[in-house]
Design a protein. Structure first.
Length: 669
């Protein structure tokens, strides 16, 4: 970040020239100009402040989603040390629980405070373009911050107590670390990469997909860098790169031990891409131990119990040994540095500050990946292959158009940052589309690179326009082009802001659009408040019986936390449990359960409510690729898109899971 003014150089290539020189050498380069506060920095900070307000405003107005209530309830237990938190892969990594428990300790527990960590992380994402300012330029940095602040998907999930916005921050920091280390070779970026990877593993298992995308990128760029060392131009260099690419990662891993071969092949120094490949590889390799079961399953061998434990110990030990050997062979000092950063983050988090050492370490190195590999076969959500082809244009249309068009344009110009960002987006899009579980919150991971690509493309295009308007006789034409582009961007921006406001503020818990997907109904919180008030009025003697069928106990477990006399029972035990109370009980159960036991509702108030509801999915789930393409060509799909973006669907089309609350006699109150 050099503190340049808003006026940009006339050519984006000039901004990228240092990268062309530095990306393939490990020689330390002179320090860049000192960072300082100027109009651009203050502008980004102002945008981030506005983004924070957007993320905090009315943060508690939405009913707690099923998943949110799980995260919040176990964080509440953790905050009160009853019971102490133990990592469970079902709810992903431990970082979110530590962050939420700390928030509860400081601010108390509520729907609002449960979402504060997500809001803070979502705001930090808005600041990350400052780390790419030298390449984005001043205008591009401001645009990137603005697009990240107003993205409908990023805004919604920055107001949602899930881990997806957290992993999004760690991902963008990893990508930035890769880019910045390729530029200047400073150890600080290796530290950032190790920290981002560690926090990612402690947050959500989707980090494995990110690591794979980055490793493939680094392998290809390493092959290109090594081909350049051999000399030659054009097709000769490309042919060398294609030959080297399948083995580039092996060359990096065993660089110091193959010196005679390197001299023969004219490989003089290990490019910085090799350093990055080694760092990601040695840190991720031991975490992949559970994947050893995949080939075993392919040939019909299943291990469990003691056999699985022994396999885990052997595999993790072997992979750790390989990682340590490669790290020490590469660079002892830097290996110790990145390993210390990585394990000083992951081990305390997974072991709950060493209170669950054996179980936490096992869960870290084996359990997390083991669980989620199994879940890919389950395919929860049962979404079609084209799911994100539908979802991304519905919500990220403001960045999608300039990113797709501008991304191709930048790639043709040879823009290296664009190549990394486009690889990140394309790799993430393909990986998540092929994954067994496709959910709307994963749109976050595509919205991030799209915003950065769009900002880079728009700022570069603006520089081109400014350069052409200075040419004699061309100013009118280019002014018209620029004006049309600005008008289109403003109109799409207004529509995008409307979409963001509607989904986050107008109906955040009414599932009239697929980004919300399935959600606790707004019917539930007022009923919860009434029950809490009744319990307080009874001096804590009120009994509350909640049926567990089909997850009915969530989010009730969050809303009724800390109340005495709450029982969560199977449908068959609801009536018997209610009958054991000395006074009338509040009963929360399915309508059929209450109907089967008339004594539960006799002379009492029965309040039907919608427990959760969901967006109707029947139409888009059945669409084929040929139907999709014909719909695009005929204009039917664009018309449907425009209609939906403008008006959504009526509430009466939502599916719902309903229940009833039976309130006790008036005398109890």
């Amino acid at each position: 970040m050099t503190g340049e003014p808003l006026a940009e150089p006339s050519s984006a290539a000039a901004d990228l020239e240092p990268t062309e020189v530095h990306a393939t050498t490990s020689v330390e380069q002179p320090a860049p100009p000192a960072e300082r506060f100027d109009a651009v920095t203050w502008g980004v900070l102002a945008i981030a402040a506005g983004a924070f307000l957007l993320r905090l405003l009315g943060l508690g107005i939405k009913a707690m989603h099923h998943d949110e209530s799980l995260h919040a309830t176990y964080s509440w237990y953790f905050a009160h040390a009853a019971p102490l938190y133990v990592h469970d892969p079902l709810m992903h990594g431990p970082f979110q629980f530590h962050a939420m428990a700390a928030t509860f300790k400081i601010f108390g527990e509520s729907d609002f405070t449960a979402r504060i960590p997500a809001a803070m992380i979502g705001t930090l994402i808005v600041l990350t373009p400052l780390l790419l300012r030298r390449w984005l330029g001043g205008l591009g940095t401001l645009l990137a911050a603005l697009l990240l602040a107003l993205s409908p998907a990023l805004l919604y999930y920055s107001r949602f107590a899930r881990e997806d916005i957290h992993i999004a921050l760690w991902t963008v920091l990893m990508v930035i670390a890769v880019w910045r280390y390729r530029d200047d070779g400073r150890d600080r970026w290796l530290v950032l990469l190790a920290a981002g990877l560690a926090l990612g593993l402690a947050t959500k298992e989707s980090v494995y997909l990110t690591a794979a995308v980055l490793l493939l990128y680094l392998d290809v760029t390493l092959a290109l860098a090594l081909a350049a060392q051999r000399g030659g131009t054009g097709t000769v260099r490309l042919g060398d790169a294609l030959t080297i690419a399948p083995f580039a990662w092996i060359l990096a891993a065993f660089w110091s031990s193959i010196e005679p071969a390197r001299e023969k092949w004219r490989f003089t120094t290990l490019p910085r891409e090799g350093d990055l490949l080694i760092v990601i590889g040695i840190l991720v390799l031991p975490q992949l131990a559970a994947a050893v079961q995949l080939p075993l399953h392919a040939i019909g061998i299943t291990v469990d119990g003691e056999q699985e434990r022994q396999l885990a110990i052997i595999t993790v030990s072997a992979l750790l040994g390989i990682a340590v050997t490669i790290g020490m062979s590469w660079d002892v000092r830097r290996w110790l540095l990145v390993a210390a950063v990585f394990y000083l983050i992951t081990i305390p988090l997974f072991t709950t500050e060493f209170t669950n050492l054996r179980g936490g370490v096992a869960s870290d190195f084996w359990g997390a990946l083991d669980y989620w590999l199994e879940q890919q076969g389950v395919g929860r959500g049962e979404q079609p292959l084209l799911y994100y082809v539908m979802m991304v244009p519905l919500y990220e249309f403001l960045t999608l158009l300039p990113a797709l068009i501008g991304g191709v344009w930048l790639l043709r110009r040879g823009d290296r940052l664009a190549a990394l960002l486009c690889w990140w987006f394309a790799g993430t899009f393909v990986a998540l589309s092929l994954a067994g579980e496709k959910m709307p919150w994963l749109v976050v991971h595509m919205a991030l690179p799209l915003a950065l690509i769009a900002a880079l493309a728009l700022s570069t295009a603006w520089r081109e326009v400014r350069a052409h308007t200075r040419l004699p006789g061309a100013s009118m034409r280019w002014t018209a082009i620029a004006s049309a582009g600005v008008v289109a961007f403003v109109l799409l921006g207004a529509l995008s802001v409307r979409t963001a406001v509607r989904v986050s503020f107008d109906h955040p818990d009414t599932a009239v659009e697929p980004l919300i997907y399935t959600q606790t109904s707004p019917d539930l919180p007022p009923l919860a408040s009434r029950i809490v008030a009744l319990s307080a009025a009874s001096g804590g003697s009120l009994r509350i019986v909640v049926e567990e069928t089909d997850g009915l106990s969530w989010p009730w477990a969050w809303y009724l936390r800390g109340l005495p006399g709450v029982s969560y029972v199977a449908a068959s035990a609801v009536a018997a449990t209610a009958a054991t109370t000395t006074t009338d009980a509040v009963v929360i159960a399915l309508p059929e359960t209450i109907a089967a036991h008339p004594e539960l509702s006799a002379d009492r108030e029965v309040v039907p409510y919608r427990h959760r509801w969901w967006f109707p999915e029947e139409r888009y789930k059945t669409i084929t690729l040929s139907e999709f393409m014909s719909g695009v060509v005929s204009g039917a799909l664009p018309r449907d898109w425009a209609t939906f973006v403008w008006s959504q669907i009526p509430v009466d089309r939502l599916g719902s899971f309903n229940a009833e609350v039976v309130f006790p006699d008036e005398t109890v109150r």
